[in-house]
Ligand binder design. Sequence first.
Ligand SMILES: Nc1nc2c(c(=O)[nH]1)N[C@H]1C(S)=C(S)[C@@H](COP(=O)(O)O)O[C@H]1N2
Ligand SMILES: [Mo]
Length: 224
Amino acid sequence: MDDDYKPGLIGQIKDKLINTKQQWAKDGRLLTGEAPAAPGGRRLPPGQRLTRDWPVLDLGVQPNILLDKWQLTIGGLVEKPTKFTWNDFLDLPQTDTVSDMHCVTAWSRYDNHWSGVLARDLIKAVKPRKEVKHVVLQSYDGYATNVTFEHFSGPDVILAHSWEGSPLKREHGGPVRMLLPRWYLWKSAKWVKHIAFLDRDAPGYWEVRGYHNEGDPWKEDRYG
Ligand SMILES: Nc1nc2c(c(=O)[nH]1)N[C@H]1C(S)=C(S)[C@@H](COP(=O)(O)O)O[C@H]1N2
Ligand SMILES: [Mo]
């Protein structure tokens, strides 16, 4: 973690919101105890409600990264550590996906259209070594989250720069955010800056504050 939680940023973080979420984690708020969905069954995971708008959730800092300053660096156990500029990023294969979002605060939003670079295409470009088991996503606001390499390699995992045909808005993580649609949305780092491929796990911002390490909405992996 190169520059986690800089003091200057910490000062701006909405402590109240964070404390509330941590308290929810402690209390086990929103857990229904329902069983995981049967295969081929429902679309709305247990305890979730559908929303048509798109709430904004973050640590209270929405970094403004100009495209000519934007960089995505890839490090850790890879054959080709890489620094992508905006143009380099657009030179990678571009793909459109459609997926649902499930936030641990209990809203879900269906049929989001994303455009960007599939994690699979990024993996092809940087070639992780075979010891790699975990991935850490680090963001311009000091946020970090961890996923297994298996999760990161899913066919629907995308580094998105557009939503519904328009550039992703700053409040939703533009210029580029991750989308890991099979996991609660806290795994989908906004303003992604650095991706590290590791042979060990490294729990991120919410994972060390009471959230589950995995975050499967079908198993209600809300808090861990
Ligand atoms: N960089 C960064 N990414 C982040 C967060 C954050 O605070 N910083 N919050 C996470 C959480 S808890 C959620 S629910 C989603 C919210 O994404 P949205 O604001 O686009 O709905 O972003 C996730 N990614
Ligand atoms: Mo969240």
